[in-house]
Design a protein around this ligand. Structure first.
Ligand code: PRT
Ligand code: MG
Length: 214
């Protein structure tokens, strides 16, 4: 019997950078999520489907078995609290770094060794809390859902925790990186039950993707 496989991923940069890896496993979507409004994409293989969801929802879909596999940023995995997920492959795509940043003007006279009672705005509250508490630094973490770079400019926080790639967004907002939290890339994750029950198809797809990553 042909096993079915559902892979969850987000549109935008992860979808685009995943296409060549999926292609290597002979998985080619029939529609483009940027032009189609479909949330479930058929592929050239009748038993394999892609579900297109928000990046932060990918671990949840995989965790509950609504998807067998997922492609998701390490930032999202680090922020996600839950088990039932198995990290299989570092896909080395959508790379960036998780940083603490602050206004240039503050950085001029800032002494990192004396940080205490920081006000941090971020989408990544769990990551930020863990990072600062491991250093014994007290923080007030303010949860935002986007545009973290605005928070210091608007006087909401002194510092932010956010992803940085080229650094253009920080520069445009007169912010500088002051601490490195983690290097980020996307990962192939699996539902632990799917790995057992759909062993053959999961193994085949994972192996081909792994080879394509090199
Ligand atoms: O946008 P949406 O709310 O739907 O979800 P999302 O923001 O989680 O999705 P998306 O597609 O923007 O990001 C998906 C994944 O791409 C993230 O989870 C990361 O793993 C990865 N990634 C890689 C990035 C970046 N690079 C990146 N530069 N995600 C976001 N950014 C943002 C960053 O937050 C900042 O605002 O780009 C800006 C900085 O870029 P530079 O080049 O100006 O430094
Ligand atoms: Mg985004």
């Amino acid at each position: 019997m042909l096993q079915t496989l559902t892979i969850a991923l987000s549109k935008g940069r992860i979808f685009k950078e995943s296409l060549p890896l999926l292609k290597a496993a002979d998985i080619v979507p029939v529609d483009d999520p940027d032009t189609s409004r479909k949330l479930i994409l058929d592929t050239n293989q009748t038993n394999i489907k892609l579900v297109i969801i928000r990046a932060a929802d990918v671990p949840t879909y995989v965790r509950f078995g609504a998807a067998d596999l997922g492609i998701v940023g390490k930032d999202v995995l680090m922020e996600f609290e839950g088990d039932g997920l198995y990290e299989l492959v570092d896909l080395k795509i959508a790379r960036c770094r998780m940083m603490v940043a602050e206004p240039e003007t503050l950085a001029k006279n800032d002494d990192l060794g004396r940080w205490s009672r920081l006000r941090i705005a971020t989408k990544y509250v769990n990551i930020a809390r863990r990072f600062f508490s491991a250093k014994g630094i007290q923080t007030e973490i303010i949860k935002l859902y986007g545009s973290m770079e605005l928070a210091p400019l608007a006087g909401l926080s002194d510092r932010i925790v956010d992803l940085v790639d080229t650094g253009n967004t920080l520069r445009a907002n007169k912010l500088v990186e002051v601490e490195h939290i983690a290097d980020i890339s996307s990962r192939l994750v699996a539902n632990t039950a799917s790995m057992r029950m759909k062993h053959q198809i999961v193994k085949d797809v994972v192996k081909q993707i792994e080879q394509a990553v090199g």
